[in-house]
Design a protein around this ligand. Structure first.
Ligand code: ADP
Ligand code: MG
Length: 322
């Protein structure tokens, strides 16, 4: 199969999804119409097989995740997702893999209302680079800077599940089948919080998506905002699958594990009532995990009120103790 047959079979769909795509796949570049009064939001994230996803990952999950990690960045900016490009390297033309990959990719694209408008296809070690684009009303984009002393810190969903899913994929831990399936699903099929991000426009003082773990990503938000934080361990949202493992996993996966793609954001005290009405209709739970303080750095309070020191990353923890 040549490159153009591959593109037309798996990526160029006959019906356009969006009216604002003047020219999509098939020209030298895409032409997309940006409305007046909106800022273009652009992000890119690359996944390399064996580095960013285990080689055992289903093709459909790779397609989903490659787009999801990009849409998560748009969500953290408060943007609506509109268009994306796909640069794909594959070692050979494996039709079953390409079919699964494009199915996972387009299922999420269609649910999120964004359209594939172009890309590049080459032979090489399996690598997926997506550039996602979105729109946000001028001046309303959410940023990492903006958190102020006294603001509350929230996270969506639950933390640490994807890191435990990775430990399971690597055979480092064994758990009940149902929990294993849930945790592996959290690793392979993160759900970008696009609706939540949009609802946080004009409401959150700062936001970031949690891709490298809470400690790292909240740390970026604090640095950008020039403030510190006090986070309470017992307020971290954990899934029941995580809780079942907590005797072995401790807090490290929730604090330092990557790949959750939840949103972490701050809200001023006077806007909390407004946030509660957002939370009532959100697709995921929102939990307050602490407060912004003036003292720089991230201070983690243990269940007994003493200062907690994270020992190591979740995976190392399992390596050393299982
Ligand atoms: P060019 O040589 O002009 O850069 P290509 O031959 O690389 O164009 O690609 C032909 C068309 O197919 C272009 O419109 C390009 O954007 C699109 N395309 C190539 N690979 C992909 C892909 N993996 N997904 C979507 N569109 C693709
Ligand atoms: Mg060209």
């Amino acid at each position: 199969m040549d490159e153009f047959t591959l593109i037309s079979r798996y990526f160029d769909r006959p019906d356009r999804q969006r009216g604002d795509v003047v020219t999509g796949i098939g020209d030298d570049a895409a032409l997309c119409q940006t409305p007046a009064g909106m800022s273009l939001v652009v992000t890119t994230d690359m996944l390399v097989e064996g580095v960013h996803f285990p080689v055992t990952t289903a093709a459909e999950a790779v397609g989903h995740k490659a787009l999801a990690v990009n849409l998560s960045d748009l969500a953290a900016m408060g943007a609506e997702a509109t268009w994306f490009t796909l640069a794909l390297a594959v070692p050979e033309v494996d039709e079953a893999w390409l079919e699964g990959f494009s199915r996972g990719l387009f299922a999420l694209a269609d649910r999120s209302g964004c359209e594939l408008v172009g890309g590049d296809t080459v032979r090489g070690p399996r690598t997926v680079a997506i550039q996602a684009m979105g729109l946000v009303p001028e001046g309303q984009g959410l940023r990492r800077a903006g958190a102020a002393v006294g603001d509350r810190i929230y996270v969506s969903g639950t933390l640490g599940d994807a890191a435990l899913g990775l430990s399971i994929a690597r055979g480092e831990i064994e758990v009940e089948a149902e929990d294993a399936q849930y945790l592996r699903g959290r690793l392979d099929r993160p759900q970008p919080r696009l609706e939540l991000g949009r609802a946080l426009r004009g409401l959150a003082s700062a936001a970031i998506d949690v891709s490298d773990g809470l400690v790292a990503d909240l740390g970026h938000l604090l640095n950008a905002s020039g403030v510190g934080a006090r986070v309470r361990l017992q307020q971290l949202p954990l899934s029941s699958a995580y809780r079942a493992l907590q005797g072995r996993a401790g807090w490290d996966a929730a604090l330092s594990g990557g790949d959750d793609y939840e949103l972490c954001f701050t809200v001023a005290e006077e806007r909390i009532a407004q946030l509660e009405s957002v939370a009532a209709t959100a697709a995921c739970e929102l939990h307050c995990i602490g407060d912004i303080v003036s003292e720089p750095g991230l201070h983690i309070e243990d269940v007994d009120g003493s200062e907690y020191r994270a020992a190591s990353s979740g995976h190392d923890h399992f390596r050393n103790h299982s």
